[in-house]
Write a protein that binds this ligand. Sequence first.
Ligand code: ZN
Length: 263
Amino acid sequence: MTVERITELDDWPFDVRDLFPGHPGDGRISLTIATHLIRTPDLTVLVDAGNGDGRDRPGMPAHHMLDAGWAVRLAERVVPDDVDVVVCAHLHPDHCGGLTTGDGRPAFPAARHLVSRADLDALRAVHRHGEPAGLARTWEDSVAPVLAAGLVHPVDAREDGVDLGHGVRLRSAPGHTPGHLVVEIGPPGGPEVVIGGDVLHHPLQFADLDLAQAGDADPARAARTRRDLCERLARSGGLLLPSHFAPGRVRQAGDGFAYTPSR
Ligand SMILES: [Zn+2]
C-alpha cells in the first residue's frame, strides 16, 4: 500500500480575511492544491482531481484559467485508464475540475467515481439556478460528462464507512459541503492516514476549530467535524494529508489542538 501526493499548486495565495472572515488578523496566506493516489494490492484510487487547467470560472478568479500541468504530472505516475476508483472529497471546482479532459471527456474512463449524493444534489441545484456561475460551470464541464458516461456511483451519508478493502474507507465529514467525504486508511477507529479534503483549510484553524472558512455550507457542522477529526487523529497519532496545506500530525494542546508538519 502506498499513498502519493500530487500537488497542482504549491502557492495559492489569498487574503486571510477573504478565506476566514472571522479571523482577527490581516495579510496574505498561501494554500496548496493537493491530490492523492492510493495503490492497494487490488486498486488504484485517485482522491480528488484538482482544479484543472483552462477552466472558465466566472466570478472565481482563484480558479479561473489555471495553467498548472496537474494532469501531466499525474500521468507520469499512473496511466489515466488504469485508475480504478476516483473519490471526490466534495464537488468544489478545485477538487473535481480534473475529472474531465480539456475537450470535455471523462479523464478516468475506467474508474468508478465515488461522489457524495448530497453534494451532487447541491451542485445540480446550483446549475439549475445558474448561480454562482463558476459553480454552475463546474457542473457543466466537470461533473455532468462523467455522470452522462455512467461512471458516477453516488455515496449516501448513511453508507458511512464505504470499504475499498485493505483498510481504505470513505467516511462522512459534512459541514464544508453537505456530503463532504474523507478517506481513512488503517484499522477502524484508529486511522493511520486520513486524506482530509477541506475539513480544515489552513493550520491556523487548529487553535480555533470554530474559525469558519468562507465557503463552509454549515459552519457549526463544519466545526464539529473538525473537532471530531482532530480528536481521532490525536488519539491514533495518524498522519493528516489535507488538500490545502502540508501533511502533518495533530496533538491535543489545552482545549484545542496543535499541528506539526511532517516534512
Ligand atoms: Zn478545496
